[in-house]
Design a protein. Structure first.
Lengths: 241, 223
């Protein structure tokens, strides 16, 4: 446990430094956008949040495969924490995107933007992960069903983006296309720093959540032993109860 | 294959004898058309509006069938019996998806004429072939995703709620393609053939989900 926590401490420090650097670059180094002005700065938070949350959703699916292959509860816990964190990040990304849409297009919500719409669909799907998971009582079945859900939903993320994109015209600024985008170098530096910072934040928070869960399971086990119950292998569930 | 056929025969026979699901689906779809008539205050619909109304109606009716798909298995111990039998578990998926597909086709035999009669979309007869092709592909999506979601939800406490809330977002891409495909068919100057793009999207989405569901279905009925 102690090495785990020490590891976590280092990661936390690096994350804090990167976030500070990302924010500093965003506000003091990256130039003001010629058309949108100051409000464009939200781009450096909105886009990394969106990218990290979508990668996190897919990661949840990969961990889900890990669980189904090995049957080890640690994979289930990873999958749960990845999806849980991604959901929080994605709601943040959606709110930031909505603010940006209001500032640059004049509306809080824009249907003609396929990226925003497909993002909403993905969030709607993942919002059902926890209700589904916690309405299954048997912990083993809970983990198995959650893994199946995470795989299907993880595969759904890219497919859904493609299909929603087909159904409408482009509106979102394509700053990250394959040709390197239309960003000047200083903006790129700020953006990639923010992206790394948000990704690190995701990893740190996920590790904290996992450490907390492990600790709670350990505490529960010790308390049982103290009370003289035959502890046995306690059902390890990611349930927040 | 024989197992799947046996389960399918059981399901169809059960439906024929009890007539529980199909009549409800048909009634629901007709009621929905009536509601749309009043809600939109239109005597006839055309284009994308007609396509949207029809797709949503199909979805509502499909939800009824999806919720009841594994009811008999769960309530009467069918799952345990199936798990005890030395048969391939994918057979259950194949049988249930086929049953759902047949239910949807049977529903559409009622819903399409009712739609034509009540909401009078233009050029439906003219573009019927393309319309039916799109519906068959859409039924594939309902069948595959519906069976998967139903199996996922059947062991949860709030299965009536969990099924639809997971199913809706998963079906959304197929619904988008169906509605966008049907829309141009129901306009006054329709060419009569659907856009190839939407047929392809639907077919690929069906295939993709079918592969995924077949690969993962075993994990859902393990004990």
């Amino acid at each position: 446990m102690s090495t785990h926590v020490r590891h976590l401490r280092g990661l936390t420090v690096v994350t804090a430094l990167m976030i500070t650097a990302g924010l500093a670059l965003t506000f003091f180094y990256a130039p003001l956008d010629a058309e949108q002005g100051f409000v464009q700065k939200i781009f450096y938070i909105h886009v990394p949040l969106a990218i990290v949350s979508l990668v996190g959703f897919c990661l949840g699916g990969v961990y889900g495969i890990g669980y189904l292959r090995t049957g080890k509860r640690i994979w289930d816990m990873r999958s749960y924490c990845a999806i849980h964190m991604s959901l929080i990040f994605s709601v943040g990304g959606l709110v930031a995107g909505s603010i940006w849409a209001k500032a640059s297009w004049g509306h809080w919500w824009v249907w003609s933007d396929p990226t925003l719409v497909s993002y909403l669909i993905v969030i709607l799907l993942y919002c059902t992960y926890q209700p589904m998971r916690f309405s299954i009582e048997d912990p083993e079945r809970q983990a198995r069903y959650a893994a199946v859900f995470s795989i299907v939903a993880g595969a759904f993320v890219p497919i859904n983006f493609i299909i929603v994109n087909l159904s409408s015209e482009y509106l979102h600024p394509r700053v990250l296309n394959l040709e390197g985008g239309a960003m000047p170098g200083s903006m790129k530096l700020a953006f990639y720093t923010s992206l790394v910072a948000i990704a690190l934040l995701f990893a740190t928070l996920m590790k904290y959540e996992m450490a907390a869960k492990e600790l709670r399971i350990e505490t529960r086990r010790l308390r049982r032993r103290l009370l003289g119950d035959d502890a046995g292998p306690l059902a390890r569930t990611a349930s927040p109860s | 294959m024989r197992t799947a056929a046996a389960i399918l025969r059981k399901d169809l026979l059960l439906e024929l004898r009890t007539l529980e699901t199909l009549p409800s689906m048909a009634l629901l779809s007709i009621s929905t058309f009536v509601i749309f008539h009043f809600g939109l205050n239109r005597d006839s619909l055309s284009g994308q509006l007609a396509a949207g109304v029809f797709t949503v109606t199909l979805l509502f009716a499909a939800m009824l069938a999806i919720n009841r798909l594994f009811l008999a298995e769960r309530e009467q111990g069918g799952f345990d019996a199936f798990l005890l039998a030395p048969v391939d578990r994918t057979a259950m998926f194949a049988a249930k998806a086929t049953a759902l597909f047949i239910f949807m086709v049977a529903l559409e035999l009622v819903a399409v004429p009712a739609f034509a009669l009540l909401l009078a979309p233009p050029r439906l007869g003219h573009s019927l072939a393309g319309f039916v092709l799109l519906l068959v592909l859409a039924d594939g999506a309902f069948a595959v995703i519906g069976t998967f979601v139903s199996a996922l939800a059947v062991h949860t406490r709030a299965r009536d709620l969990i099924g639809p809330i997971i199913g809706l977002p998963l079906m959304l891409p197929a619904l988008i393609a169906t509605a966008r495909g049907i829309g141009p068919l129901l306009t006054a100057n329709s060419s009569g053939s659907p856009q190839l793009k939407w047929l392809l999207v639907l077919a690929l989405y069906d295939l993709f989900n079918a592969l995924l569901a077949v690969g993962l279905f075993d994990y859902l009925i393990e004990e």
